[in-house]
Write a protein that binds this ligand. Structure first.
Ligand code: NAD
Ligand code: UFG
Length: 338
């Protein structure tokens, strides 16, 4: 079995996926520039699994370094490509940086993979590619050519680029994994989501209210056409998501072509559903205030997860209560992050 290169493996989803890969007996190599993660997450991966791996502190934009990783590890057979910037609001303020990091970074990776004849890739795409015009539940066959922000467009464009790469050379195997909303943490409480500064996303924000670092959750709108008026999303336990990557790696090892695949649960939960589930997990009431809608938000987003079940034999196991229990376990053990 060849090695798996994991770009962005020190990050939130990457670190959980590395744990699952190591537990399943894969050899891995991690590349990260720590632009949005910390070296401590690598120690935690080792602690959980009791296994070691090679790590390269490198930027994907540096083609020489990326080539060197492949030169030094000629047995890399497939790549799981997490590395990218992901803050929607920041991407609106810094479009050039986002397009450069995410798209040029991916092009450098593809060049190095082509050069070294390692043509199997699992890419971190997002439900954001479904844009504003499709209706829930989102299905992989829907058109995906619009977004509301530069971050989303990087995902749309990278999906297109990987499609074109396959058209030019049918030796490639590409899985475009469209994640819905990953939350929660590993059961050990040793790894989890650890954003810099004030969190943009719902779950880490609630976690910081629960540990007393922030006074109250701002709920962005309670007048949507949803059961309680707050936005509905398809939250997925990050460990379920990580396991989906194992199935996708196996798939690209065995099949050529390009497949876009939703990784979600197929169930929607509202902002208040998540808040109340977290209150149950941490055993206290969490204050919130209703705020205006956030620009670019939609009322509903959830997956039709059937393709993942059919093609990868994967489906999510955990529900919202487990996501909150595990997320709270990480937050209370690491109130100041990693
Ligand atoms: P994260 O920020 O925790 O992890 C990304 C990692 O990539 C970080 O460790 C960062 O340091 C690294 N990185 C960024 N640019 C790099 C570069 N040029 N060279 C080397 N390393 C680089 O984010 P995450 O939540 O784990 O997300 C992983 C991937 O999944 C991203 O591509 C993200 O866009 C995508 N995604 C995430 C979500 C989500 O809600 N978390 C949803 C859909 C898609
Ligand atoms: N929300 C709040 N208060 C907050 C943060 C979020 O009420 O402080 C609400 C949002 O309005 C939304 C829900 O909580 O209804 C979830 O918001 P998140 O920011 O956690 O997640 P999004 O669904 O907006 O975004 C996620 C990823 C993006 C990706 C997008 C679409 O973070 O990377 O899904 O797939 F682009």
């Amino acid at each position: 079995m060849g090695k798996i290169l994991v770009t962005g493996g020190a990050g939130f989803i990457g670190s959980h996926t590395c744990v699952e890969l190591l537990d399943a007996g894969y050899e891995i190599v991690i590349l990260d520039n720590f632009s949005n993660s910390k070296p401590e997450s690598l120690n935690r991966i080792k602690k959980i699994t009791g296994k070691d791996f090679k790590f390269y502190e490198a930027d994907l934009l540096d083609l020489d370094k990326v080539n060197a990783v492949f030169d030094e590890n000629p047995d890399i057979e497939a790549v799981i490509h997490f590395a990218g910037l992901k803050a929607v609001g920041e991407s609106v303020r810094m479009p050039v940086e986002y397009y450069h990091n995410n798209i040029t970074g991916t092009l450098m990776l593809i060049k190095a993979m082509r050069e070294h004849n390692a043509k199997k890739i699992v890419f971190s795409s997002s439900a954001t590619v479904y844009g504003l015009d499709n209706e829930v539940p989102y299905v992989e066959t829907m058109p995906t050519h619009t977004s509301t922000n530069p971050y989303g467009y990087t995902k749309v464009m990278i999906e297109q680029i990987l499609n074109d790469v396959y058209v030019s050379d049918n030796d490639w195997s590409v899985a475009l994994l469209r994640y819905f909303n990953p939350i929660g943490a590993h059961k050990s409480g040793l790894i989890g989501e650890d954003p810099n500064g004030i969190p943009n996303n719902l779950f880490p924000y609630i976690a910081q209210v629960a540990v007393g670092k922030l006074p109250a959750l701002g709920v962005f709108g309670n007048d949507y056409d949803t059961p309680d008026g707050t936005g509905v999303r398809d939250y997925i336990h990050v460990v379920d998501l990580a396991k989906g990557h194992l199935c996708a790696v196996k798939y690209v090892m065995e099949n050529k072509g390009v497949e876009a695949i939703n990784l979600g649960t197929g169930k929607g939960s509202s902002v208040l559903d998540v808040l109340h589930a977290f209150e149950k997990a941490c055993g206290k009431e969490l204050p919130y205030v209703i705020k205006p809608r956030r620009a670019g938000d939609i009322a509903w987003s959830y997956a039709k997860p059937d393709k993942a079940k059919k093609l990868l034999n994967w489906e999510a196991q955990y529900g919202i209560d487990e996501m909150c229990a595990d997320g709270w376990n990480f937050a209370k053990n690491n109130p100041n992050g990693l």
